[in-house]
Design a protein around this ligand. Structure first.
Ligand SMILES: *[C@@H]1O[C@H](CO)[C@@H](O)[C@H](O)[C@H]1NC(C)=O
Ligand SMILES: *[C@@H]1O[C@H](CO)[C@@H](O)[C@H](O)[C@H]1NC(C)=O
Ligand SMILES: *[C@@H]1O[C@H](CO)[C@@H](O)[C@H](O)[C@H]1NC(C)=O
Ligand SMILES: *[C@@H]1O[C@H](CO)[C@@H](O)[C@H](O)[C@H]1NC(C)=O
Ligand SMILES: *[C@@H]1O[C@H](CO)[C@@H](O)[C@H](O)[C@H]1NC(C)=O
Ligand SMILES: CC(=O)N[C@H]1CO[C@H](CO)[C@@H](O)[C@@H]1O
Length: 397
């Protein structure tokens, strides 16, 4: 592979120079990042990409670095949605995940909290980064540490999850929850269906999106911004038989559009909202279709309440501003199409799910439904949605 070989020969030249000058009698290879990552299968996709793009060799040639590593599910989704992206851009994105300063978790937490810390990345050394584009800002927010491109209005921040491995003070590997996008990285070409498909647990959602052509509605919103709540297959499977099939096609379309918000709702907008009634994409096509978004104060749990069902946000499955997708554990059944279950005996939380039958719709969808006339102008929603970070499963209250 071209870049890899070039990097290798660069390293060899460096080693040779060192020996001539006599300043480094030891090998320049103090560590082998590929070998270190091999001990952590959760990062195998990232490891393969670092190797195949020649970035692993560049890292090994460095003295004191921090590698920001996203886990396999994140990298698979990224790779799928960027399978047409130029290899040089991908290589530069990988280089952006290499901080040219050693930070382990303790050092990150010890950073000043009054202001961010700006750090050079390997991308800066290529000469392709203009201005501050090759720098990453580290924000120590006390409760957690965030990282973001060092340029205002760039893509969103990522969150540090945990230390993976370190070899003080040569190299530290830190897990982050999302891919860190350099400024100008083209993220608009992502194919949302392909991203969902890569997880293999949204097959029913995908088929409904395609049948109703709501996949095209979502795709149209990708440039402006969209937040999608994706029920897992298990959520659709737990619905009473026929719940969805008995809906008309336009009702099914509204049901699917009910699973998306107009605009990008990041993790940062959150943790402030309590039972916030929020318009969905379906609200633009028909009256109602409001979703209550509710974060539990002090907990990283977000619930979506429809009046019929309650879904919990389980994890982020895609996040590239202005598009984000979250996995949820229940299908969102709007009051417009479904009737709440009568209160059963002492059956607490799971009650709504079981009774999610489409027995006589509370309101039939009004005849004025105009699914294709999309009154876009009317959409001004100020949603704030609390979302759960990290891949940890949400705690059920
Ligand atoms: C680093 O480790 C990997 C896997 O253990 C190995 O294939 C590779 O040759 C090593 N690279 C160097 C430069 O030693
Ligand atoms: C915060 O840090 C940045 C660079 O790290 C610096 O340019 C800026 O002046 C600092 N701001 C304050 C208020 O200290
Ligand atoms: C990243 O987080 C910091 C600290 O919360 C914030 O000041 C900054 O605006 C955020 N950047 C983006 C692009 O969201
Ligand atoms: C990229 O993904 C699309 C959609 O899944 C697929 O049709 C296409 O074949 C992929 N291209 C490559 C080069 O893998
Ligand atoms: C949604 O929130 C509003 C206002 O906070 C509240 O009146 C309503 O009962 C909530 N509905 C559900 C289903 O939680
Ligand atoms: C459509 C688009 O370009 N979306 C975002 C991609 O990421 C850049 C930053 O890397 C954002 O500025 C764009 O809004």
């Amino acid at each position: 592979m071209g870049p890899r070989r070039a990097a290798r020969s660069g390293l060899m030249a460096l080693a040779l120079l060192c020996c001539i000058v006599g300043t480094c009698s030891q090998s320049t290879h103090k560590f082998n990042i590929t070998k270190m990552l091999s001990g952590h299968p959760r990062f195998s996709v990232f490891r393969e990409m670092l190797s195949s793009h020649g970035v692993a060799a560049e890292i090994n040639g460095r003295k004191s670095v921090t590698l920001l590593a996203p886990a396999n599910n994140v990298m698979r989704a990224f790779r799928t949605s960027n399978n047409k992206t130029d290899a040089i851009k991908i290589t530069d994105l990988l280089r952006f995940h290499v901080l040219l300063t050693y930070f382990d978790m303790a050092e990150l937490r010890a950073l000043k909290t009054t202001n961010y810390t700006s750090v050079t990345t390997l991308l800066q050394t290529t000469g392709r980064a203009s201005g501050n584009n090759g720098f990453v800002n580290i924000y120590n927010l006390k409760s957690r540490v965030k990282l973001g491109p060092s340029v205002p209005d760039s893509s969103s921040n990522v969150t540090v999850l945990a230390g993976v491995q370190k070899s003080p003070f040569d190299v530290s590997i830190i897990e982050i929850d999302q891919v860190l996008l350099p400024v100008g990285f083209n993220n608009a070409s992502g194919d949302l269906i392909a991203v969902l498909d890569s997880f293999q647990e949204f097959t029913l959602l995908i088929s409904y999106l395609q049948e109703t052509k709501v996949d095209a509605v979502f795709a149209e919103k990708q440039a402006e911004g969209i937040t999608i709540f994706a029920p897992r297959d298990s959520a659709f499977n737990s619905l009473a038989t026929g719940s969805i099939q008995t809906l008309s096609l336009s009702e099914q379309k509204l049901l699917l559009e009910y699973h998306a918000l107009d605009g990008y709702e990041s993790l940062d907008s959150l943790e402030t909202m309590l039972n916030k009634p929020t318009k969905t994409l379906a609200s633009a096509d028909a009256a109602g279709y409001i979703l209550n978004v509710s974060a539990t104060p002090g907990q990283s749990t977000v619930r979506l309440r429809t009046g019929v069902s309650v879904a919990t946000v389980l994890e982020i499955i895609y996040d590239a501003n202005p598009v984000t997708m979250y996995a949820i554990d229940e299908v969102l059944l709007p009051l417009n199409l479904f009737t709440p279950a009568p209160l059963a005996s002492p059956a607490p939380a799971p009650a709504p799910k079981k009774s999610a039958v489409k027995s006589p719709p509370a309101h039939k969808v009004p005849a004025t439904v105009t699914p294709d006339s999309a009154s876009l102008a009317e959409r001004s929603l100020l949603v704030t949605m609390a979302a759960l970070i990290s891949s940890t499963l949400a705690v059920i209250l």
